[in-house]
Design a protein around this ligand. Structure first.
Ligand SMILES: CC(C)(COP(=O)(O)OP(=O)(O)OC[C@H]1O[C@@H](n2cnc3c(N)ncnc32)[C@H](O)[C@@H]1OP(=O)(O)O)[C@@H](O)C(=O)NCCC(=O)NCCS
Length: 504
């Protein structure tokens, strides 16, 4: 039966399909969406989240299926990813970052100091969000709110979208990272969907006294920038960053320190993340990202075998009694680095005193009470997706490994591996920072393929071109890196990154 208009409609549909046939998905999405995105900034490319419109039925699929489709679309969206090298970065417009007080890529820093005097102009009212979204200062002391944050991060705070593992951050871990001494609730900044109150975006900062060359500045250390997967590439990130910067400035703090695996304007330094299997068989079975079975299994097991017991005399868990001595040892040993966080007694206690399944610290204590070494690591679990036997993988991140002059740092680090294995960790992750290069190779760490870049917001200073010296939460860079080669540092960094990309 002809309802009139029916054939016309299907002809129209057919024409549209013909028009799109043969085009890459990216082109289709670009046609579907206008050049102005929902967060009010001009974007050059919009497609990734845009598939929600051509495929409205996507929402009705289970989350895992949606993620699979998203990944497939990622593969087709050529050129969408953030730059991983300075060469790639040189081709990006950085429409947001070029409006921010950060050094431009390729610029040679002349002098040191803040880039803009922003505190005075920090506006009172929050930045506007698109209709349907609202800001929320997360009250993390409320278990239900903490749980919401945990869900957001565990489902979305990941780069390795390859369906093997997903982060499984615990409440205790989040409290440790987000509530150090002097933390401020207003720096825990969330975005919710107004209709159902779902948390879909988050950015946080914690206060820290950061030493940059000869200056000590109270800064905001940025944590957990995260946008829900369904809202990616919609320019929510610039709004989150602007709002957090406003809140930070309202407290009279004008600078921030942060790390990212992507290249933004402009890295102060960069390091490579290394990993060292403890339970190789399991890592291979779950196809842990970056772990390859290059060696015959028996040889590999022998290669990574560790002693049964630790060897360093006087190695024991850190207690409250050690706080002041640990502080002094770190202060003395880190004085050679150009970028570092200065810790008070309270901060040493917070960041280093052992907390079950969060942070573990061991000290080397001589009979006379002198401390000659400290080693600490924090644990992060991941859920294993799609494996019958293994439900989770536990990764230990080396936080600090330092020993006084004459101390055996290699032995101390090996002992740390022995302890970590006995505690059931499957892998150890360490950056080539501080004095870690003294033991990484010897203890069979290998480059994981991942880089970490270090940034300062609203602070100009010469780039640190020797090895950066930090483990995730704290920043320390070698003093001898202040060098007349600063003009050449971008080239150097570029080469370093390029070589790595080639070798992975
Ligand atoms: C990082 C993340 C928030 C970016 O979101 P997105 O939807 O891809 O990006 P948006 O469209 O919202 O914003 C794009 C802008 O954010 C910037 N940006 C992207 N990743 C960034 C990062 N890690 N840090 C700071 N800025 C970043 C981009 O450079 C771009 O600005 P530009 O125009 O100046 O180049 C998102 O991918 C995410 O949640 N990833 C998982 C968690 C994660 O990796 N967090 C970062 C830890 S450092």
């Amino acid at each position: 039966m002809d309802h009139g208009g029916g054939p016309k409609k299907s002809q129209k549909k057919q024409r549209k399909q013909d028009q799109w046939r043969g085009e890459r998905p990216r082109d289709i999405f670009e046609k579907v969406w206008s050049a102005r995105d929902s967060f009010g900034e001009r974007t050059r490319r919009l497609p990734l989240t845009a598939f929600a419109r051509p495929l409205p039925q996507l929402d009705s699929l289970p989350e895992s299926k949606q993620q699979e489709i998203q990944r497939a679309l990622h593969l087709f969206s050529f050129g969408q990813t953030m730059p991983r090298t300075l060469q790639q970065a040189a081709r990006r417009a950085y429409e947001f970052w070029h409006t921010q007080p950060v050094p431009k890529l390729g610029e040679t820093a002349m002098g040191r100091g803040q880039i803009t005097a922003g505190e005075a102009s920090a506006r009172e009212e929050p930045y506007s969000l698109p209709r349907g979204f609202s800001w929320d200062t997360l009250e993390l002391s409320r278990p239900s709110v903490m749980q919401e944050l945990r869900t957001l991060l565990n489902e979305n705070y990941t780069e390795d979208d390859d369906n093997t593992v997903a982060p499984d951050l615990s409440v205790d871990y989040l409290q440790w990272v987000l509530q150090p001494p002097n933390w401020l609730a207003q720096w825990h900044c969330g975005v919710r969907v107004e209709s159902n109150k779902k948390l879909v975006g988050f950015i946080a900062a914690v206060p820290a006294d950061v030493h940059v060359y000869d200056t000590v500045k109270r800064m905001a250390q940025i944590k957990f920038l995260c946008v829900h997967k369904k809202l990616r590439l919609k320019r929510m990130t610039p709004v989150l960053i602007r709002e957090l910067a406003r809140r930070v400035r309202r407290q009279g703090v004008g600078q921030a320190a942060y790390t990212a695996s992507v290249v933004l304007p402009t890295p102060l330094s960069s390091c490579r993340l290394h990993h060292r299997p403890l339970n190789l068989r399991k890592l291979l079975e779950v196809q842990y990202p970056g772990i390859r079975g290059d060696m015959p299994p028996q040889r590999a097991l022998k290669f990574y075998r560790l002693p049964e017991n630790t060897k360093t005399a006087g190695l024991r868990p850190m207690t409250k009694d050690h706080i002041e001595r640990v502080r002094r040892l770190l202060q003395a040993n880190l004085s050679k680095f150009h970028l570092k966080a200065g810790w008070s007694r309270e901060e040493v206690a917070h960041w280093l005193l052992p907390r079950e399944d969060v942070i573990d610290t061991y000290v080397v204590e001589a009979d006379d009470g002198a401390l000659t070494g400290v080693v600490s690591f924090y644990g992060i679990s991941s859920k294993v997706l799609n494996h019958r036997l293994h439900g989770s993988v536990r990764a230990a991140h080396l936080f600090y490994a330092t020993s006084a002059a004459g101390g055996d740092l290699v032995q101390l680090a090996e002992d740390a591996l022995v302890l970590l294995k006995s505690k059931g960790f499957d892998i150890v992750i360490a950056a080539d920072v501080m004095d870690n290069n003294r033991f990484l190779e010897q203890l069979k760490f290998s480059f994981s393929g991942k880089w970490l870049h270090y940034y300062l917001y609203n602070w100009r200073c010469p780039t640190l071109i020797s090895e950066p010296v930090t483990l995730g939460l704290i920043l320390k860079f070698k003093k001898d890196s202040r060098t007349i080669l600063s003009r050449a540092c971008n080239t150097w960094l570029n080469i370093k990154i390029q070589l790595t990309i080639l070798s992975t």
